[in-house]
Design a protein. Structure first.
Lengths: 394, 394, 394, 394
């Protein structure tokens, strides 16, 4: 069972990701991970930190001579700003405690984990919460998922994303979609396929920045090249749609998820929602059929159909506003304005990259559940055998 | 760790739900479960089966003298139609096999698990798939969740739902919402708070029925009475938003989930999305604060805030159409029209009840994680202690 | 991931087992399960109940026309004595409550879950505990494991057991062991391969019965036919030795587990413990080697070696003595003698059958993890491919 | 749910442990962990590595100002020998590959994971296996468990161990046991309470070293101060005996586990095995009773009784012999002698420390399941409330 754990505070010494259960023999280099980390840091509207932190990974385990060896893959990503924070974040109790206390964060931000976290974990300094409840944590997710992507690439499975709405401005979606979405948006500052809308999005970001405000948006993740039959309908917790929803909804600031037509499917009659089935010998991964449409977003009955997964993810605006909202001071219970650390105006393009990663993880997990194997060669043989099987009997 | 498993085919002898991890001492009667089963069976637009099956539960274990005793609670719900299906669904291999084979389902429905399930599990009769990949399975979910609801009721936690859109017709949502949503919609055929829209919804259902078509819609689930701090931000798989999304997206035919403002949050600036915080001694469950609004839907940082959870769930139209869609015959690979068993036109109101149940389960699970305890009295003492703690320090 | 859940009280209406994750296409009949249930009920020294209850299974789901279909397999085993207990065990609160209370069990047995369970779950009647903390629960385990055995049989994996000590009397173990251990002990009242010792064991049981005492013993479980490489060393919770130990130590009254030489391995030098390796083209499952000995019991580094698994399991005497031990009355806190329901003198032979079942479950789970697949044909193809792979490269 | 993951190869840059689910507010310093790491490195009979590696921990996350903050605790322990291995273990594919290949390990050791791991993961160099399937991994387990110990210490729960047999020489066990076992054995080279036997054990180690052989032995772990009711009988996978067995059997080279009397319990009649119950107001943690004996080792029905846990763990001799055993060369299939890297003669004292750690983890996990809570104060209040409850009603 493929699983991963992350650890690390935003201003601690480092982030850690441990991916467990990956097969041996997958070609893997630091560049494979660093490329994904770099994509996560892009996007117009990011703050200063994205410049100071060009993330790079160190493999602590699980990789040797350029390939995975089957053991847990531990990855370390250092926080380059650590030297400026080492006193405030010191794990040891030290003499300067009173000094740290003076800098305690006690004006929790609406929309953030600050207040609920302080109450839950009985903390008087919101820093103990916000350091972990930070989008910085997603760096470790992207590292873990980069290994999953590398694995999936061996089976020609590709995961990409693009921004379809930002700050209320919709991007049009081309028909047909480019095969390699990430290549198509690589030089777009907002990772969108609609360059005209992008200009207006940028203007809106500039406006929001001037106003001390923040913006959300929607990304669409597409995963193509999957075989039919990943996930299962037999038990509620094995349905792939639920597992995908969980994975992307767990990304900080995400408030909505839809698959295929999503909410639109709730408005149309069945005759205009379901995807008719046609025999197609050129589609072996789908068992020799294709769908006349893909309104289901590649999922029926909690299983892949062989059509691309299409997942849209809605992100609310960042909750750190330079023009801060009303809150209380948790020490005094008096009204206050929320703490306002320097932050991004929007992180929607980055969220798309993170969502790709979470999708890649869930898909790789389901892939290994179905095909088993402990080495790339073994999994590949099992995969090939299944594809042959679902085509031969027809 | 609270967990549940369901088993059972749509036309098998019975459905089974096993709920494991519920504390001892929770008052529980068959009526508590049967009331929820009945709600699941209501709704204008349902087919014949809802009439023939008035579901009722038999406790096989875990309940004695009107209360839970801590052991797994197994519940049996018989399929009343079993006698008509006992030959087709016989677990034993028997002489009439050729007869069964004649009735094999080989024209998979677009939108259903039929085809992907046949390929995945190597089945030549889609009945082996559709019997389990049936909305009938949700009966067992509702039974398991009814126990969770009964537990939550001891802490004045309430879960209700109403239909906010059906077949493209929106219902207006009253402001403020009624305290007891389920009571307010109890006599509404479509479980909606907008009786004017309901009339048009009914007309649309009648139209769809005449056309051999089906309809989807959107329900809103509201869970009130929760304390601050259920769920956690510390690890991706413990965030309550992700767990809720998984639970409701796993309901058959659900294609979209949103929390609070949901997709709308992606369109607004941060200053109009985040909920400002005010001190409020009258809100002990929330740690002595209230929010000026609840656009977050009761969740910040993957934790409850003390405000009501608000979750909207989009359901696509049912995939069994009386005017069936194009498919193939899996035996011959020839074009065909999909199998068309008698079915409902819409099941949106029922989906709301099921979604309530899944929310109740996830919330009860998170509740027990936070408060621990093996008996109702112990959990209650721990709960009370926490509420006192988060109020005393201020 | 193969998993199973059991539910049911000893004198409730029925026991339930739900096995989830079994592949489709495994031939399965009620007789396959009933045969195992019957084996669990045998053994000299059992009490009256074994006569009145000839257990038989009803498949509620997951099996059709004589084979598994991939969905959860729910099995019901009725308690034949239910009619005599239906009032005492009634799930409903009823007018005869005072009557039930009079029969409350308040003199907990040393060695049993009674007292700790009452404290943990806040119960004043030990019946609420002992009904679940009963060896009767293992009936459901045996049912679930019978399906696993049927699956493993398709790969010529066999699980058997025999009694190697009972009440302090050791049985000698033949060299070599019979291929089919269970066939060899089928007509032995105590399931042992040493008929001379068995006579003395029987005499000791008769003595103990006369004394109102009880006896324990040791069984040895052997699982042969496994391929090399099930389980893994890479993470502590995936090691097969730990998983096997957990599964058998969870059987009621088990207090010790050893693998291969077990505790004896701790006394010998390494040169007399480790199993030397020799090439052997006639051993494809083991990757073309055999061991000169099997002191490791088929496990190195938490993985199967291809040699038979050998697991010894120690059971303490049953804790219900007809000559009862000192305890307290939980109502009065006064000294008392423990409750003494009619019970067995020893259940060691049955424990062996249960331990076989737990081993079969763990092994089937590890088998499916390695080979994946959703149908018997798919898993078999993957298995064959692996065996070919580990032999071809040499 | 408390959980931990480890990563790291024996000669890689570092080991990593991530502990997830620990409550906030537990006092914790690097010394707390380093003290346990040092104990693991002690013991007569260890090789050179124990001298060169004085392990010390770096907290990467989860600890601030001397206490836990609720987020995952990532700990890094560097391998001090890394500079000598950085080329052989380089994660990157590099020009010196042919050189590495020359040093490939192809003569797998009997008793080690080498051969099964090579076959399972399709590796031609056993180093890819043995680097992870190394006792070095237990360093990370000890680090994770040190945090659990620190938590348990807040509730006066203590875990200690001593060697009761080594190389076939038994140590006598004092009656009564010292309260602080670890203090009592702190200056014993073999961590035993019987100094006379220790001299003979040391002589045997010297003999074995001269012979190029290795030795195993048995440790006894004792955990005192626990409340009644941790673990549960209600489901097989929640029984604490099974979970403890799994945790210690997963330690490398462990082949046997017993609880309380263990295998001896299988030889005695019930009247001499079960622990009679007496009222005792001085034993509030046990619910106001004590047992006349503790033959059960503190566990009945898979739950703690309030008496000390007593667990004996058997370790086979180390599988790296300087006088190596027969094996094959995996490249040529020819007979060979196993690879013989410099290694310890025995590691039994260290195994005791590791087993203590695994017990501490399982117990802390069960403790948090029962008492819940997200901060030390909250968990403590819940614990106190339970102890009061189980005493008040009597």
């Amino acid at each position: 069972m493929l699983r991963f754990t992350t650890a690390g505070e935003s201003h601690g010494p480092a982030l850690v990701a441990v991916l467990e259960g990956m097969v041996a023999g997958v070609p893997l280099s630091a560049d494979d991970v660093n490329g994904e980390l770099a994509r996560r840091q892009q996007g117009y509207g990011r703050g200063r930190r994205m410049q100071i932190e060009s993330d790079s990974v160190e493999f602590l385990s699980g990789v040797r001579a350029g390939e995975t060896i089957g053991s847990p893959i531990a990855m370390l990503i250092r926080n380059r700003d650590w030297k400026n924070w080492s006193e405030i974040m010191d794990p040891a109790r030290n003499a300067s405690d009173p000094e740290n206390r003076k800098r305690a964060v006690t004006r929790p931000r609406p929309g953030h984990a600050d207040l609920s976290g302080m109450l839950k974990y009985d903390r008087s300094d919101a820093r103990d919460v916000l350091e972990r409840a930070s989008a910085r944590e997603t760096t470790a997710r992207v590292a873990a998922s980069a290994v999953c992507r590398r694995f999936l690439a061996e089976f020609s499975v590709r995961v990409g994303s693009h921004v379809v709405q930002l700050g209320g401005i919709d991007a049009s979606v081309p028909e047909p979609m480019p095969d390699d979405i990430n290549a198509a948006v690589a030089d777009s500052p907002l990772r969108t396929l609609d360059r005209d809308s992008e200009k207006r999005m940028i203007a809106r970001i500039d406006d929001a920045k001037r106003d001390g405000d923040t913006l959300g948006g929607i990304c669409e993740v597409v995963c193509s090249g999957l075989p039919v039959g990943l996930g299962s309908y037999v038990s509620w917790d094995r349905k792939l749609d639920g597992r995908l929803a969980s994975a992307v909804m767990s990304i900080p600031a995400v408030k909505g998820v839809e698959l295929g037509l999503g909410f639109e499917a709730a408005r149309l009659p069945g005759s205009r929602v379901h995807d008719e089935i046609h025999a197609d010998r050129a589609a072996p991964r789908a068992g020799g059929v294709h769908r006349a449409s893909n309104r289901a977003g590649g999922l029926e009955g909690g299983m892949t159909t062989g059509e691309p997964l299409v997942i849209r993810v809605a992100m609310k605006p960042i909750s750190t506003l330079m023009k801060p909202l009303a809150t209380i001071d948790t020490e005094t219970r008096d009204p206050a304005t929320a703490v306002a650390e320097r932050s991004d105006v929007t992180a929607v393009p980055a969220m798309g990259v993170i969502a790709e990663g979470m999708v890649a993880f869930v898909v790789a997990q389901a892939f290994l559940e179905k095909f088993g194997g402990d080495s790339l060669g073994e999994t590949r043989a099992n995969y090939d055998s299944y594809i042959a099987r679902i085509n031969e009997r027809r």
